[in-house]
Design a protein around this ligand. Structure first.
Ligand code: CU
Length: 460
């Protein structure tokens, strides 16, 4: 088998269209592997059927081999190195060179054959989350099939019966294999115009995933149940997550799947959206309502849509604020208002370069060049056009530009706001605050408001 490095969607599409001999079709489809965490170009429909292909953030779409009308894919489960952000590389398990694995993109009614080769050090399976399929193709090790042993290849085959957004992941030693990054997305486009599925100009997808990577280490801790410290989209953390670049007026769809162990309220600035689809399929238009945040629970998928009709750089992020942070010590105390100067001087005698954290909040940490253990993503990172962004984890931007060309997904750079449209300092004199006069207060009223707190938690 030949191994090839993935370069671009266009190159892949060309490779797919190349003539393949009949004897070659009897063998396994060649292994296609991604060498980097760059966002791959959308893969033009390989059989000429019209749909807007998806763009997988910091991921790519696996080109099929078409064999007598069947779309064939070859997934290789294997250890990979994933660069989660520039300079932060983690040992993971994934598919075809990356975690997550490549996106599988087909059309409703397509016959699909998936070869899965196991190059992990233990057995695995692939479960096709959300799909209608014969029971024996559901990929639950022990229940619907024997596990795929180390070194072996299994074949899954079924018809993509309903359009929608799906995920794939192992149903074998799941806690370990998903904690190590084994997952991917699957998009099935409708075969014809569908009353509940709009055609869009931009279609993005990504998975929410989470890891527990101890600062200074390179391998996720697989026994962590809830207390993960790296919150990622497609195994990338801000500022390593690419922006979603669209043209002003585009109808945009974003498909978000959650394979972490907690829910993520995904929030978009500057626009309202509707949830147009879930794992169960398209939401009937009469059942939709506007939102600016949608919670994506564990094991769920949410598909949101909106018209990008406001120019600018709009934040798109999880609204749990610790999910937009990088790794931090779990025991970090709140130090706001605590004068640490005396302590700092004493510590600096013992630990040269010691810095106090958080006396005025934690914003200083975004600008500080704190010495960090090797291979550790800072808690807050990234610089914008107006200073440090003080973000990490599940954060990116929707960049809406008048001048973005149709089909151009490249980053247009930072938005230049028209003069007079940005928040600015007010330089007048500050008046004394006006306080109400308590002239008619009863004589026995307390002089100042007081709050009595319960002495313990026993009374709650
Ligand atoms: Cu979150």
């Amino acid at each position: 088998m030949q191994r090839r490095t993935f370069f671009s969607g266009a190159a892949m599409a060309a490779a797919t269209a190349a003539t393949v001999s009949r004897s070659a079709l009897a063998g396994l489809p060649e292994i296609q592997s991604a060498g980097s965490a760059a966002t791959g170009a959308p893969l033009a429909p390989p059989d000429g059927r019209g749909y807007t292909p998806v763009v997988t953030l910091n991921g790519w779409t696996l080109p099929p081999r078409i064999n007598a009308g069947v779309k064939e894919f070859h997934l290789v489960a294997e250890p990979v190195l994933r660069e989660m952000a520039p300079g932060f590389v983690v040992n993971m398990w994934g598919y075809n060179g990356q975690s997550p694995g490549p996106t599988i993109e087909v059309v409703e009614g397509d016959r699909v054959r998936l070869f899965v080769t196991n190059r992990l050090p233990e057995h695995t399976t692939v479960h096709w989350h959300g799909q209608r399929l014969p029971n024996g193709m559901d990929g639950v090790g022990g229940l619907t099939q024997p596990q795929i042993p180390v070194g072996k290849t299994f074949v899954y085959e079924f018809t993509a019966r309903r359009p929608g957004t799906f995920m794939y992941h192992p149903h074998a030693d799941e806690m370990v294999q998903m904690a190590m990054g084994m997952m991917g997305m699957w998009v099935t486009h409708p075969r014809a115009r569908h009353p509940a599925i709009a055609s869009v100009e931009r279609d993005f997808c990504f998975l929410l995933n989470a890891y527990d990577v101890e600062p200074g280490s390179r391998t996720p801790r697989v026994a962590t149940m809830l207390d993960h410290n790296i919150w990622s989209w497609n195994s990338r953390v801000f500022p390593g997550i690419d922006s979603l670049n669209v043209r002003l007026g585009d109808r945009v769809r974003i498909r978000v799947g959650n394979l972490t162990m907690t829910s993520h309220p995904i929030h978009l600035h500057g626009h309202e959206f509707t949830v147009t689809g879930t794992d169960g399929g398209p939401v009937p238009p009469s059942a939709r309502w506007p939102e600016v945040t949608t919670d994506v629970a564990v094991g769920q998928m949410r598909q949101i849509e909106f018209v990008a009709d406001e120019e600018g750089d709009w934040a798109l992020h999880c609204h749990k604020s610790h999910h937009t942070m990088g790794a931090m010590g779990h025991g970090l105390p709140t130090m706001i208002g605590v004068d640490q100067q005396d302590l700092v001087e004493r510590f600096q005698k013992l630990v040269p370069g010691y810095m106090a954290m958080g006396e005025r909040g934690m914003a200083d940490m975004g600008a500080m060049q704190m010495p960090l253990p090797e291979n550790t993503q800072p808690m807050m990172a990234g610089n914008g056009p107006h200073g440090p962004l003080e973000m990490g984890g599940m954060f990116s931007t929707l960049k809406v530009r008048r001048g973005q060309k149709a089909g151009d997904y490249s980053d247009p750079g930072w938005y230049r706001q028209p003069p007079g449209t940005q928040a600015r300092e007010w330089t007048g004199t500050l008046a004394e605050p006006v306080r109400p006069v308590a002239a008619s207060a009863p004589a026995d009223a307390p002089a100042a408001a007081s709050v009595r707190k319960p002495a313990g938690h026993a009374h709650h």
